[in-house]
Design a protein around this ligand. Structure first.
Ligand SMILES: C[S@@+](CC[C@H](N)C(=O)[O-])C[C@H]1O[C@@H](n2cnc3c(N)ncnc32)[C@H](O)[C@@H]1O
Length: 200
C-alpha cells in the first residue's frame, strides 16, 4: 500500500516535470501570462506597412532568411517577411495580448508552417538561428539588446531598426525620409562583422 502511494507520487512528479519541460521547450512561458511592465523595452506602436516593406527590402530579405522581430506586436513584420519575401519568421513579444493577436494573424494568413510567435522577454532570446533581426523599440533598448546580438548573430546577419539608432555601431545604410506632409522616419541597416565603429 505504502509502496503504491510512493509510486503514484513519483509518477505525478514525473508527469509535472515532463509538462514543464515541454512547455519550456515550446517557448511558452506560463509564468509570464501577465505582462511584466518592468521588462518593457518599448510601448506598442505598430510600424506602418509601407515602412515594414522598406525595412525588409533594405535587408534584402529572401526565402533563404530567418527573420526575428524582437517585440513583434501584431506580427506584421514576420508575416510580411513570409508572405511577400518567402522568408521564415520568429516573432517575440512579452505581452500575452500581442502574442495572441499575432498568432491569430499568422493563422488567418495560413502561415503557421513559416511563422512562429513566442511569448518571451526579448532580452532572453537566443537569436543565433536568425539571419535578419528587426527592431522597432527605443535607442536605449537597442543598447540593452546589443550584447546579445553581438554574442549570437553570425557574420553577415543583418539588423534593421525602424527609427532608432544603435550607438557604437556603424550603419551600412540609412534611409531618412523627412515626410513632407506627414510621417517622417528613419531606417537603419547594420551587417554583423561590419558593424563596429572604428576606434579613433
Ligand atoms: C513599437 S512596438 C513594435 C511592434 C512591431 N515590431 C512593429 O514594428 O510593428 C514594440 C513592441 O515591443 C514589445 N516589447 C516591449 N518590451 C518587450 C520585451 N522586453 N520583450 C519582448 N517584447 C517587448 C511591445 O509589447 C510591443 O509590441
Amino acid at each position: 500500500m505504502r509502496l503504491s502511494k510512493r509510486i503514484n507520487a513519483l509518477h505525478i512528479a514525473g508527469i509535472v516535470f515532463i509538462i514543464i519541460f515541454l512547455v519550456n521547450l515550446s517557448g511558452l512561458d506560463l509564468s509570464a501570462q501577465e505582462k511584466d511592465c518592468s521588462k518593457s523595452l518599448a510601448p506598442y506602436v505598430p510600424s506602418p506597412y509601407e515602412i515594414v516593406e522598406k525595412m525588409l527590402e533594405l535587408a534584402e530579405v529572401s526565402e533563404k532568411d530567418i527573420v526575428y522581430d524582437l517585440g513583434c506586436g501584431d506580427g506584421r513584420i514576420v508575416i510580411m517577411a513570409a508572405e511577400k519575401f518567402g522568408a521564415r519568421g520568429i516573432g517575440v513579444d512579452y505581452d500575452p495580448e500581442r502574442v495572441e493577436e499575432a498568432r491569430a494573424n499568422v493563422k488567418e494568413k495560413g502561415l503557421e508552417d513559416k511563422v512562429k510567435i513566442i511569448l518571451r522577454d526579448a532580452m532572453t532570446v537566443d537569436v543565433s538561428p536568425a539571419t535578419v533581426v528587426t527592431l522597432y523599440l527605443l535607442e536605449s533598448s537597442n543598447v540593452l539588446l546589443k550584447p546579445n546580438l553581438e554574442k549570437y548573430l553570425k557574420p553577415g546577419s543583418r539588423v534593421v531598426s525602424h527609427e532608432f539608432d544603435m550607438p557604437g555601431w556603424k550603419a551600412k545604410k540609412v534611409i531618412n525620409d523627412d515626410g513632407d506632409d506627414c510621417y517622417g522616419y528613419s531606417i537603419y541597416l547594420w551587417v554583423m562583422g561590419e558593424h563596429k565603429e572604428e576606434s579613433k
